[in-house]
Design a protein around this ligand. Structure first.
Ligand code: ADP
Ligand code: MG
Length: 336
């Protein structure tokens, strides 16, 4: 444990309204999601968790720092939600069933209403996915929230970035680019509760981790990645990890009504290819698995678009009206 609120008090600050213990008790050690596989949760030096027989443990961690990963004035509940969502998205990308999370929180001061909002955002989304918060650390410092998440898959069935083969079809869930467009609106000072712009703002604040879709893709997708840094950049990573190339059909890229309304067609395309923070899944499906994939995807509540195919030559390519040109993964940096 680094410098904690409790040790700050011991160091001589007389009246701090909440101690570290109070914060944990009041905001984080709530009953939350009950899971039989949590043998020991918050309160001891570490948690004891039972990984089911015949399964692999899948684990990931993601840290959000104020000013770096979210705007200074983002609402506490949205920060809490986002800290959990980005981690759930990593579970989704691996086809893992999320189970347990820990939270390391650095706070400038123990602000009760901020903590209540943050905990509601984080624990609310955790509960939706049956994830139990089983431990953490709470320290005084610049605002940062670091969630570590674990889940499991039947042994050997996790999805990976590696595995795509030439001829596999490429798909993406949802509407990538919307979160970056929403962030751009926020950075221009736009704060609206309703309408298309509000829906874009919400896409940045409240990404929908595609956990159920990741589970459905187990045994079907040959490779999968979640789109956090932009579709082109992340698809480039999937292709490199698989030792293959990827072709994107530009005309097949999904452009939502909201995005089309705020950006001209070229700009919209740049958002779709280069915008980050979407937390959609991009994945490859081999021809033999397409019928079963289509059957499962029909029940998904989110859109899914076929955007291209895996090819033999290494690299990332854009295809339009029969022409195929190399596509620069980093060519959209100004959107990040
Ligand atoms: P230690 O000093 O042994 O690391 P702490 O005093 O930091 O323990 O934490 C006490 C208990 O509270 C531990 O079980 C820890 O996992 C849990 N905890 C601390 N901070 C948080 C938090 N922000 N969210 C969830 N659990 C937390
Ligand atoms: Mg300890």
């Amino acid at each position: 444990m680094a410098q904690s609120f409790a040790s700050t008090i011991r160091a001589g600050i007389a009246a701090v309204p909440l101690t570290e213990f109070d914060i944990i008790e009041r905001f984080f050690a709530t009953p939350g999601s009950h899971r039989d596989d949590v043998c020991l949760g918050i309160g001891d030096d570490a948690a004891i968790l039972a990984v089911p027989d015949g399964h692999d443990l899948i684990t990931a961690v993601d840290m959000l720092v104020r000013g770096q990963h979210f705007p200074d004035d983002m609402a506490a509940a949205d920060i809490g939600y986002r800290a959990m969502a980005v981690n759930l998205s990593d579970m989704a990308a691996m086809g893992a069933e999320p189970a347990w999370a820990t939270l390391a929180l650095s706070l400038p001061e123990p602000d009760e209403s901020w903590l209540a909002g943050f905990a509601a955002g984080l624990l609310g989304l955790a509960a939706e996915h049956g994830v139990a918060l089983v431990g953490g650390d709470t320290v005084k410092g610049p605002l940062a929230a670091c969630v570590q998440i674990s889940g499991f898959v039947p042994s050997g069935t996790a999805l990976r970035r590696a595995g795509a083969r030439p001829g596999d079809r490429l798909f993406v869930t949802g509407a990538p680019g919307e979160a970056a467009a929403g962030l751009a609106l926020w950075q221009r000072g736009l704060r609206v509760p309703q309408g298309p712009a509000a829906r874009l703002l919400r896409r940045f604040d409240r990404p929908q981790p595609r956990v159920a879709q990741g589970l459905d893709l187990r045994g079907l997708a040959s490779a999968c990645i979640d789109v956090s840094d932009g579709l082109a950049a992340d698809l480039g990573r999937l292709a490199r990890a698989s030792g293959v190339g990827a072709i994107i059909d530009l005309d097949a890229l999904p452009v939502s009504e909201e995005l089309a309304e705020m950006a001209d067609p070229m700009q919209a395309r740049r958002y779709v290819l280069g915008g980050g923070d979407d937390y959609e899944l991009c994945f490859a499906v081999p021809a033999h698995a397409l019928p079963e994939f289509e059957r499962r995807a029909r029940n998904w509540p989110c859109a899914v678009s076929e955007i291209g195919e895996i090819c033999e030559p290494l690299g990332l390519y854009a295809r339009e009206r029969g022409d195929t040109e190399p596509l620069d993964e980093g060519g959209f940096d100004h959107f990040r």
